[in-house]
Design a protein around this ligand. Sequence first.
Ligand code: FES
Ligand code: FES
Length: 163
Amino acid sequence: MIEIRFTLNGQPVSARVAPALPALTLLRDSFGLTGTKPGCGEGECGACTILLDGRAVNSCLLPSALLDGREVLTIEGLESPSGTLHPVQRAFVEAGAVQCGFCTPGMIMRTVAFLRERSHPSDDEIARSIEGNLCRCTGYVKIQQAIRAAADELGVGGTEGGS
Ligand code: FES
Ligand code: FES
């Protein structure tokens, strides 16, 4: 077991972990952050996507030891302290891009990272941005419409953080 310290949704935290414990398991079982979903467990579906130092990663494949000293953002940390949804969250709701919702936290976290790097993406770039995230329900069209709407909002001087 090792001691790790990291920033979780803006708060400093620590934990004693087996170094290879998947970050997904740590976040869900030790911190109660069940918004990050366990899908395939093999890096194939994207349901477990979180941001690590701002980059989208599959937390099922991420050893907890690698969280030490890093910044972790999960779906629970996206909305503002007053509870206002992040523009990407709002866009998914308004576009009807959520059905069963299992893929949604991963899709949203992937999109937040993507739109930080690409403020004016093409439709093709939007489609490719979620290639690693699987959805069994929506057929992806409404998800891509949501990403377009969020990109348009954030790209026109919009602010992140939902306020
Ligand atoms: S659960 Fe991590 S990629 Fe599927
Ligand atoms: S909304 Fe059900 S898997 Fe995407």
